[in-house]
Design a protein. Structure first.
Length: 249
């Protein structure tokens, strides 16, 4: 049994937070959700709380293009064997036309009541309420000169607002790691050490904007992220660990 297929005791609520604008929060939510749905052969919900241009709902149509066809084929096979059940990636859009933040916590709980795994993509204003119901956090930061500082500020905010345990069990995703950003990524990893459970490095991949499938190293990185998340949710002893490991595909 792989880590991605570990059984869960109940519905899992994963909240994905970008530590800075343009971190890759929405893409991380989508690709992780799609991989979990494919690897586990069950419905996985991604909740769009963004309500902004380039939202999760708008980007969802790009997922089949980005991931290898074998993952899509695996998901289709699972759907055909159990046609009476929802399978695959389920995109849930939370409409919001009024001013101010929504009841993000209630929205996440409502989706989690229907699906075994829910990944939420909150707008900045929704983060305080979203984290209140999170079982696990994913902290996404782009590899760059500001990555260490933005990650540190996010962790400090979580700890100052009574979410120290969530910070300790969170998974940090470093996006766009390359030779040019390797030192910046290492500084961010140092910040995460002892304060997060694990660090997953996603390599720089020009395929995101080139109209082609993601490279194998990128898919491996997101697959590793899916496994790390399921390990943390399935194993309470592991979830209590405060030491950050580093996962590199």
């Amino acid at each position: 049994m792989t880590a991605s297929s570990l059984p869960l005791a109940g519905p899992a609520r994963i909240v994905v937070i970008g530590t800075t604008a343009g971190a890759g929060q929405t893409v991380t939510t989508l690709l992780t959700g799609q991989l979990l749905a494919s690897l586990r052969g069950e419905a996985v919900a991604v909740l769009d709380l963004g309500g902004r241009p380039g939202s999760l709902t708008e980007l969802a149509r790009e997922v089949p293009r980005l991931l290898p066809s074998r993952l899509a084929s695996r998901q289709l096979a699972a759907e055909r064997t159990t046609p009476d059940r929802e399978r695959g990636l389920q995109v849930v859009t939370a409409d919001h036309s009024g001013p101010g933040p929504r009841d993000a916590d209630r929205l996440i709980d409502a989706v989690a009541a229907r699906y075994p795994i829910t990944l939420a993509d909150p707008a900045p204003a929704d983060v305080p309420r979203a984290v209140q119901v999170a079982d696990l956090l994913v902290l996404v930061t782009p590899a760059g000169t500001a990555s260490a500082a933005s990650l540190a500020m996010t962790l400090e905010w979580l700890e100052a607002h009574g979410h120290g345990r969530l910070a300790q069990t969170s998974v940090t995703v470093l996006n766009g790691v390359s030779k040019q950003t390797a030192e910046d990524a290492q500084r961010a990893t140092t910040v995460a050490a002892g304060r997060c459970r694990a660090v997953v490095r996603v390599p720089w991949d020009s395929s995101f904007g080139a109209g082609s499938q993601l490279s194998a190293p990128t898919v491996h990185a997101y697959t590793a992220l899916a496994g790390v998340l399921m390990s943390g949710l399935a194993d309470p002893a592991l979830a209590r660990s405060a030491g950050a490991g580093s996962v590199s595909p």
